[in-house]
Design a protein around this ligand. Sequence first.
Ligand SMILES: [Fe+2]
Ligand SMILES: [Fe+2]
Length: 264
Amino acid sequence: MKDTRPLNLLFIADIVGKPGRDITSRFLDSLLRKYNVDFCIANGENAHEGRGITSREFFELRQMGIDVITSGNHVWDQKEVHKLMAEQPALLRPLNYPPDNPGYGSGVFPTRRGEKIGVLNLQGRTFMYPIEDPFRMGKKEIERMRQHTPVIVVDFHAEATAEKLALTWHLDGLASAVIGTHTHVQTADERILPGGTAAITDVGMTGPADSVIGLASRVALKRFLLGTPQRYEMATENLRLNAVLVTIDSLSGKAQAIQRISLP
Ligand SMILES: [Fe+2]
Ligand SMILES: [Fe+2]
């Protein structure tokens, strides 16, 4: 008999450096068991010392039990990532970078129960480098992926709240969830839209909370007080894991619930 239990998706917010990887490894096993997680996604654009990701962090996170690693603007920070992203379909970069770049912007993957789940990574253009249109490209890609599965999760890596909300409405009823990343501050607006799309403007950050979005506050302050570039230095204190758990009906692809997680 077909398993009709809803699908449980765990999405972990931008993992920042070793502190972020450490807190992920501390909590992930118990989260996967507690919530009976069928598929786990994490944003890894800051996994390498706050800037980008290399094969070392990619495989470390995969081994912990993360199925797909999404990313964003920082994914290009380490040069060796080009080879990694060309070889690893489970590492996504935003789809709407110009097409000659290496890597995958989306993929259809098997869940732990064997159903298919589509994952799409997009990046915003407001207050960010203006790449291709995430609205048109995203919708077209979802229509293509829906030929394989109705369960589709979008990581929308963007700065502006309005752009994030607009894309969420644009994809309502087409995606199971649109999860915002990039600002590193978890918002309290999680909800399910009328068409059945679960949404949160930003899922937050997994890393040192005593910081300015991961950066040592002493250094970040200097940037603002002096108006000059400062050497990047990651913070290390008060580690927190941010995530959301989304429950999805696997037959219709519609979300049934979305719950914020912030640990400890
Ligand atoms: Fe980030
Ligand atoms: Fe980012």
